[in-house]
Design a protein around this ligand. Sequence first.
Ligand SMILES: Cc1cc2nc3c(=O)[nH]c(=O)nc-3n(C[C@H](O)[C@H](O)[C@H](O)COP(=O)(O)OP(=O)(O)OC[C@H]3O[C@@H](n4cnc5c(N)ncnc54)[C@H](O)[C@@H]3O)c2cc1C
Length: 466
Amino acid sequence: MKTYQPITPEIIEKLKAITGPTYVKTDRDMLLQYQTDYETNPAMFHVPDAAVSPANAQEISEIVKLANEYDFPITVRSGGTSLADGAIPVCGGLVLCMDRLNKILELNEEGMYMTVEAGVRTVDLQNAAKKVGLMYAGDPSSAESSLIGGNLATNAGGLRAVRYGVTRDQVYCLEVVTPTGDIVECGRILKKCSTGYDLEQLIIGSEGTLGIITKVTVKLIPLPPYRFDVLAIYTDPRQALHMVPKLMKAGIDPTSVEYMDNSYVRGCADYCHYKDMPHYDDGIYVIITVETFHEDELDTKMDAVCTICEESGAAEVLEADDRVWNMRRNCQTSVELQSKVFLTDDVVVPVHKIAGTIEKIMDIGKDYPFEVKINAHIGDGNLHIVLCKMDMSDEEWEKNVEEFHQQVYAYAYSVGGRLAGEHGIGAKKLKYMEQFTPKGELKIMKTIKRAMDPKDILNPGKVIDA
Ligand SMILES: Cc1cc2nc3c(=O)[nH]c(=O)nc-3n(C[C@H](O)[C@H](O)[C@H](O)COP(=O)(O)OP(=O)(O)OC[C@H]3O[C@@H](n4cnc5c(N)ncnc54)[C@H](O)[C@@H]3O)c2cc1C
């Protein structure tokens, strides 16, 4: 990897002149907060040389031009909830925080769109839309702490993707500061467009390697007034998994289809202090949400969902109350109770291959000394595998994780899958990108990165080894 120049006192003075001295941090104790995101393994932590909190795109542009002039790297940080080591400054240099770009600029009810600065919290954007009877459909479980720019940068998925798609499906246009410091608007508020390359879609999901997103206009849709949430509890994972294709073919158009294995059911119930969850000891939970605009349609669809679940062997079919959703939203954090160091994976496969993939991974897991925990956005083919280090030595952990990953990723690619469905590649899966990505695709990605960021200033050590 490239060697960069250190951030000197001269550069610090120039940064202070751009943002004002209050917004430049150099004190090591203060910088420790940026050494990790949601990475739990200290071996991956990295403290930056400095951090800066600019107020707008103009200041960001000046900072990026400075980085090109003095040759230091920049890692953008929004909510710092990355599960792929995306916000860790692996090459040192400068962390650029987005939290001051936090204004909602326009909510247009007639045009059904909202323009916000990139540092607005996802949940604040969702709530602003809800207040006027509209919906922003992006909904990662981290909505309370992630920022919308971070969601765009990772192309976040989440809990409503089955029906409404992922973050990239919610975006009309964005403003971006390029790796050489230009401020560019990509896309427009258009239903359709075939005018040249789709630049906003190129920036979305590029994890801060091709530009810094500073402003975004998202689509809003009418908020469906009716909704039901079903909890189907299975004791045999195969029955739960094989119910999903039937549900997807039934014309029900569910909003969410979520899966928690029994290890998660127990872990999340403990974490949330819920004492009497049904089938605590042996249950596998599948949560299904359906939304409609008409009450009678809701009744018909609810009957159909319950019938499909019962006929596929569910031990119980209940209403999924707030506790169930709270458990689902806390899947990630609940693991902290079990192990200080743990690893979250994010493999995606074609939807019709998800049952076979989960069964295969449970099988692979039997040969390893760690418990393999699985929760999944099962309706969109995306599964999260969590491995807990517990009291394993560092060497044992590294060796087992590596062997496990090789088997799992090889299987995922063999059925047409990919390394990451929604968390991104970050630094965590950089080497697997090199190993598993078809050569032609990798070549195009590297050509784009080198052309847009010739000095490799933005988020080096992430996504691809340029
Ligand atoms: C408890 C928990 C639950 C989660 N649930 C989900 C889920 O349901 N679905 C899902 O998809 N993810 C989920 N995640 C992962 C994470 O929340 C998402 O990846 C989220 O989109 C990251 O947003 P952030 O604001 O925290 O970004 P950060 O973590 O700060 O950054 C993420 C990446 O984007 C880059 N970046 C950030 N902002 C910008 C910007 N403005 N311009 C350019 N690049 C930028 C960073 O450099 C980094 O590479 C979860 C994480 C946790 C901890």
